[in-house]
Ligand binder design. Structure first.
Ligand SMILES: Cc1cc2nc3c(=O)[nH]c(=O)nc-3n(C[C@H](O)[C@H](O)[C@H](O)COP(=O)(O)OP(=O)(O)OC[C@H]3O[C@@H](n4cnc5c(N)ncnc54)[C@H](O)[C@@H]3O)c2cc1C
Length: 315
């Protein structure tokens, strides 16, 4: 069978199959549209689902030796993957990275370690239901803990940086490391990590809270999301970052762009800073619509919007 890479006229990527640990499941030409909330994206040359830190370390070392780029996929909820797909190795952390571990729990607070593949919303609920506060902002943020760390995910005035004690991960050279908070460069919807770094776990400190107040904050976040976001259609969350002192959605709406379409990609009529896939959209349509919105807001309002979503792959 001809591989997708060969069909595109590229040399098929190779790592000696013997190099793969039994803790690493490999699929070739895996369609990434299946792994992104926008439901767009072409094939990953090598899609590797790993189940241990050692398997991950081996994989990145082999990829490095073979000069293959490595891309780490979380829940795919903040990504626009190109129609041509992603070259090299796409890493997905498996279920064994989805556990939470409670350390040093007392009357004041607790230290929790969440695996990078754990579902962000589930971890938020687990912490909140156990009577700790500080993560209620994350109610309804889809994706994984690893993606949340990388994006410094946040909402309603809170963000992952607020509760971070340290992150654990694997470097591009295959070393297992722990980076304490003081060494982490968190910024608005961004954490600058060393190139090729894969987050494997997040250590958080959360304070003991009052059960009713926590439940109210969670319910409040849920209500706001349900009212304002187009949760029934494939999307990738906020497309642009909010510029300082303003809201991207407000500016886009002021320019009359709600409902604007390129092919099957549309600026959501419900929330102007969301682009929705109305059915069968291509990644290039989403990208072209982003381009159109960005330039229109620049021309009419003088603000150059920065994307919050990440465009990845071969464009
Ligand atoms: C309906 C909807 C609502 C949303 N609301 C919010 C919101 O309120 N606030 C908010 O901040 N975001 C929001 N988002 C965006 C998105 O959910 C977050 O950015 C989320 O944290 C991304 O996590 P992910 O696992 O899906 O990451 P992905 O989209 O898979 O990846 C995002 C980036 O993180 C990197 N990455 C992923 N995992 C790892 C890892 N283990 N190690 C290193 N790098 C990694 C990827 O390479 C990529 O660069 C929303 C999205 C949707 C669809």
């Amino acid at each position: 069978m001809i591989s997708a890479a060969a069909a595109r006229g590229c040399a098929p990527v190779e790592i000696d199959p013997a190099a793969f640990s039994p803790d690493c499941r490999v699929r070739r030409d895996e369609p990434l549209a299946r792994h992104t909330s926008m439901r767009v994206g072409g094939p990953a040359d090598l899609f590797c689902e790993v189940e241990s830190e050692l398997a991950l370390a081996e994989l990145v070392r082999h990829a490095r030796a073979a000069h293959l780029p490595v891309f780490v996929l979380g829940g795919g909820t903040n990504l626009i993957v190109s129609d041509r797909g992603v070259r090299g190795v796409t890493v997905k952390l498996g279920r064994s990275f989805a556990r939470t571990e409670w350390l040093a729990e007392d009357a004041e607070g607790a230290t929790v370690v969440a695996g990078a593949a754990a579902n962000f919303k589930r971890v938020v609920l687990e912490i909140s239901e156990r009577g700790y506060r500080g993560v209620e902002f994350g109610e309804g943020i889809p994706g994984t803990i690893g993606g949340g760390v990388r994006m410094n995910a946040g909402a309603f005035g809170g963000e992952i940086a607020d509760v971070t004690v340290a992150i654990r991960g694997v470097t591009a050279a295959g070393e297992l490391v722990r980076l304490p908070r003081a060494e982490l460069g968190f910024a608005y919807r961004r954490l600058d990590l060393p190139r090729g770094f894969t987050v494997t776990a997040l250590e958080m400190h959360v304070a003991r809270g009052e059960a009713d107040a926590i439940a109210r904050a969670i319910a409040d976040a849920k209500r706001k999301r349900g009212r304002h976001q187009p949760l029934g259609q494939p999307n990738a969350g906020s497309i642009f970052k909010n510029p300082s002192g303003d809201f991207a959605g407000r500016l886009i709406e002021l320019c009359g762009l709600k409902g604007l379409r390129v092919g099957a990609a549309q600026v959501s009529p419900q929330h102007a800073n969301f682009i929705v896939n109305t059915g069968g959209a291509k990644a290039c349509e989403v990208r072209d619509l982003m381009h159109e919105v960005r330039h229109t807001v620049w021309r009419r309002r003088g603000v150059w919007l920065e994307p919050e979503v990440r465009l990845v792959g071969e464009w």
